[in-house]
Write a protein that binds this ligand. Structure first.
Ligand code: GLV
Ligand code: MN
Ligand code: MN
Length: 415
């Protein structure tokens, strides 16, 4: 490997950003449109400006840093990821991809390398759906595919709407459409990310080259039973919303597992109970269900199976159940041209690469629908992610950043 990037510098930046929103357990909380996310965007902007780039923040809060190319009329080669996190998440998910962009700009500056295309490092806002139930907010706003009305009205756990949250950090919800860009301005998009799974570690591969990204169907289920006295209501006469919801949770697991070894996954990550007190039979329960697959038709079959079971359970228990489909995304294939460029570049650099799919969602999946997009993974320890225990050894990061740099330079010549 040529060794152009600095492991020390990458480590120092990862550690610096891990301080913003640091939790007692050593994790990071930087939710979408929180002061912590804004602080991280601000710091990243300052570091990119120091590296000689012109920095701007758009109407949704995405950060862009631009380095001009030799040929003024060419579209940009864009690279980056996100700096927001889930609550008490890790320091690598997202941040690594933006920090890798910064490192590459530093290398280009140090080595006096110019490119034909302009380059842009991007840090998309709100990639995680943790706060408002909508993920990849920034890249969707940029591409004009964010359902604005629904997004701005959505509320976090504390009842704060996305519109209010934006205003609290100085952004104007009325202006979100100003963030839209014509995809013809973008020649390609590249994202480096941690794997968040165990494949690279198990197979002792240095990097992953991603071919496809799984997508999710998200369901919000409301179960309406009847709130009653917990001491006086005989068991046969109850309409307990939580007991029905509990059966629904098991049904999600059962329907997904029925597929055997297929890479379908189903999760009930949200369960709210009302009134949630000791002496009342629960009258209401709401569930948030996330079902993902790399195959759209198979995902649709699982979702239908889950919906049918929910309806049947409700009927059997005499409760009402309504199912709202919050999102039904198509799995996305990444650019074959970029995959081949990465494969060749890895072979030439002597980096042991694994061709693989991504189970997690990324901003790249939105970009990939309109421009050539590619992703590189570096290994995660024990596959841990969306946890403060998420880890990647610092020595395992430079091969991914080298491959990102080499891919960028090759695409600059070939596109
Ligand atoms: C993003 O982290 C996702 O939910 O896959
Ligand atoms: Mn994540
Ligand atoms: Mn991520």
């Amino acid at each position: 490997m040529t060794g152009r990037v600095s492991q020390e510098r990458l480590q120092a930046e990862i550690e610096r950003f891990a301080q913003i929103g640091r939790t007692a357990e050593g994790g990071v909380t930087r939710l979408a449109f929180s002061p912590e996310e804004r602080q991280a965007q601000q710091l990243m902007g300052e570091l990119l400006a120091e590296a000689g780039l012109s920095v701007r923040t758009d109407a949704i809060g995405n950060l862009f840093a631009r380095r001009e190319g030799r040929e003024a009329d060419l579209p940009v080669l864009m690279l980056g990821s996100h700096l927001d996190t889930v609550p008490n998440g890790g320091r690598f998910d997202g941040a690594l991809g933006v920090i890798a962009g910064l490192e590459i700009m530093r290398v280009l500056q140090e080595q006096g390398i110019s490119t034909r295309h302009p380059l842009e490092v991007v840090s998309f806002t709100g990639e995680e759906s943790a706060r408002f139930g909508t993920g990849t907010i920034g890249s969707r706003a940029m591409l004009g595919t964010l359902n604005l009305e629904r997004f701005l009205a959505s509320r976090d756990l504390h009842g704060i709407s996305a519109a209010e949250a934006m205003r609290q950090v100085g952004l104007s919800p009325e202006k979100v459409t100003d963030a839209q860009r014509d995809p013809r301005q973008i020649a390609a998009f590249l994202e480096l990310h941690i794997e968040q799974g165990r494949i690279l570690e198990t197979e002792q591969k240095a990097v992953g080259i991603v071919t496809d990204i799984a997508n999710s169907t998200r369901l919000a289920v409301q179960v309406i039973g009847r709130a009653d006295h917990s001491g006086t209501t005989p068991m046969p006469l109850r309409k307990d919303a939580l007991v029905a919801a509990a059966e629904m949770v098991l049904a999600v697991e059962e329907r997904v597992k029925a597929l055997g070894e297929a890479p379908s996954v189903g999760t009930v990550g949200i369960l709210h109970v009302e009134p949630c007190v000791m002496n009342v039979v629960p009258g209401k329960a709401s569930l948030g269900i996330d079902i993902r697959d790399i195959d759209f038709e198979r995902k649709a079959r699982v979702v239908k199976g889950v919906k049918d079971r929910i309806t049947a359970i409700a009927k059997q228990r005499g409760v009402e159940a309504t199912i709202e489909v919050l999102g039904d995304g198509r799995p996305v294939a990444l650019s074959p041209v970029i995959i081949e460029t990465m494969r060749q570049a890895a072979a030439d650099l002597g980096i042991d690469a694994r061709i693989m799919v991504s189970g997690a969602g990324h901003d790249a999946m939105n970009l990939a629908t309109v421009v050539p997009a590619g992703m590189i993974f570096v290994p995660s320890k024990e596959g841990r992610s969306h946890s403060h225990l998420e880890w990647t050894d610092f020595a395992a990061i430079p091969p991914g950043v080298e491959l990102l740099l080499e891919t960028l330079l090759r695409l600059d010549r070939s596109l």
